[in-house]
Design a protein around this ligand. Sequence first.
Ligand SMILES: [Zn+2]
Length: 389
Amino acid sequence: MRALEAEVGSAPSNRAAIERIDAFTCERPPLHRNFLEDVEEHADNPDVGPADIAQALRGEHEELLGPDGTFSFRTDNGEFELPLRRNCSYILLGHSTQPTRAHPYLERDVVNHELGHALHYGLWLASGPLGERLSTAANEAIADILAHVFDGDPCHGKVLGEGGTPVDCRRRMDVYEQSVSDAFWRFGRADHETGQSLRQLIWTLREEVPADALRVAIVDGIAAVQVALSQIDAEPLANVPIFDDEILATRYRFVREYEAASAFFHAVCASLEDAPPACGEHAQRIGDPRVAMREAWLANAPTSIGRSGVTLADGRRVTFELEGALIRQMTVTLADGEQQSYLGDPDLGLPEAEREPTSGRITLWFSAPGSTAPGAQVGWTSDGELIAR
Ligand SMILES: [Zn+2]
């Protein structure tokens, strides 16, 4: 790694530096999966050069060495890794740090789950490039489905009690409590639990359709997710690097998770003759598509509004000054022409994002520089209101 750091520091361009790290990642002990993605975000930033990338690489190296100087990935779970250029892939399997679970490298569920990711992306890569952004709900459900559908074990990840005997499961294949839409809305993003209704769908079908037909249906479902994600990638704002605009970011996260899960459901069920009863439960399992919310949030995202602005019912006009993906300033023009400017956090630049847990509504909070009332903030909401606190 020391040799790589030197090579990267003297690379002729950021792109050349990134290519060197990527090649190294496939040839030698791998770097953490997010490192290259983080670096690549700054590839075209004029303030960043190869020396900065080499510095980031040294920071990564120090983290891998840890306080005791032992090179280790320090992961206590499993991870499927597909480096940036997709020239290779591998699985990292760590040591358990808790008495309630076996070492991931000894745990069949974890190994099969990571191999499930490999099989899943392998199927996608066989038909073209992967999408820009994926779907956590679909990806994690599919990895669990591929890990368990043929071994028939509904318990994913054994929780160990005293004496090391299994007493519980970290996830189950045979239960779900809420739709994908509702599960997403509880957190504002997807996690390993969001796709429970997809796991349980396959588990139900497993009892009702022949294994060969189910296998074909799952492969059809996986292919349909890729089509859905590619369609989203083609939307104009779908892949802007969203740093500040939490309204747009949450909106696109929701669309990806919902549409990927819905596509999987439809394709699996369309593949089966005489669709079983579970296939009639799209509304219950995938949930509310929140179509009106999607449109309102897209219209009210600062990234969409920009300098062209919106006029509120009371005559005030709101515009946003953007620099790439950064929200530099919000300006409110009063009916009499007076202008008031608001900035995000003075150190970070970005507005503070707040989410209401039940409605999901997001408010981006800005401050008025030099305001007579310190701490007073003005908020722009995902439903297009200007509010104060
Ligand atoms: Zn996973």
